[in-house]
Design a protein around this ligand. Sequence first.
Ligand code: ARG
Length: 407
Amino acid sequence: MAQEQVARAKRVVLAYSGGVDTSVCIPYLKQEWGVEEVITFAADLGQGDELEPIRQKALDSGASQSIVGDLIDPFIREFAFPAIRANALYEGRYPLSTALARPLIARRLVEVARELGADAVAHGCTGKGNDQVRFDVAIGALAPDLKVLTPAREWAMSREDTIAYGERCGIPAPVSKKNPYSIDLNLLGRSIEAGPLEDPMVEPPEEVFAMTRSISDTPDEPQVVEIAFEQGNPVAIDGLALDPVSVIRRANELAGLHGFGRLDIIENRVVGIKSREIYETPGLLLLIRAHQELESLTLAADVVRYKRQIESSWADLVYQGLWFGPLKQALDGFLDCTQATVNGVVRLRLHKGNAVVIGRSSSSDSLYVPAMATYGSDDRFDHRAAEGFIYVWGMPTRLWAASRRQG
Ligand code: ARG
């Protein structure tokens, strides 16, 4: 949105991360766009103890008020758990750890703006990422009357210019030559981009990882874990019942300890470019792996197959910022309906970067019938019935082959 259109915004609530772009947004909105009051909102999504310095940094950068909101519990219950139930992996690999946070931040940002009587919200996303799409579309759905100010999309400053602008306003440059990465983090994982990683042939250095151990530092002994699910939600690990946030924390610890959950991928962004992305999402990937396995035991064959298509569409629309759209709602209806029988336990062995499923069971909902599956003497399958089935099943193939022979 150009300067002349925003001139009337007096009080703005800015989504704040403490990074260079969002910090520079504060003086920029005031000095260049004449905003009178910038209030920052930083979301606690389980990234840990870094929030107090972030809160202070917003004030030091000129914010009139700096709010930190604890969103950890809704993040896991309303966003991560549905993603596990959907086995959501964008392009078959990325479990959406960053993408899932954006609609929640947008929702809270809008609420804060309403509570404080702000006439606009703002974010510091650049014009070539996915996050701008997610924020703008979500805010547009939730509060179509609220202006969205996007200085970092307008200011045409290079990263160096932005840092220099910030330094002139007393904002210290947080990204040094030693730490050239762009990092997004929350309880579900970390995404690491930029610096040397922009060359897709450069192997990510060990220093970029924080939640997962390098294979050389993982225990030599394998560790067996058991994850229990109720209606598709993970509810216990190794027999210990855990609330949703604790399940994620425990899964992160276990998988991270064994070096499971790192990704190095080329990803297709919404804006049409390919980017090289490093992720570590140990717990989420472990839980999805286990959940997929339990579904293979408890869902009918046609439902599992059909669900794979729904999962892929669901992951696409979450990635593409359409969380609050009609297709998301409709697909959720299907997903919810399938999860009633996804109850049971999956056993996995963690070892040296791998999480291998070694067992699964469901006392209430298993569709695996031993008397049908066995090759032993208690086999109940009627082998002779197969002949008639194959006669009909193979009919089209035989007719087609015969016509080819005659022609
Ligand atoms: N490419 C990932 C995604 O679209 C990660 C984005 C990271 N965002 C950030 N502001 N650093 O979900």
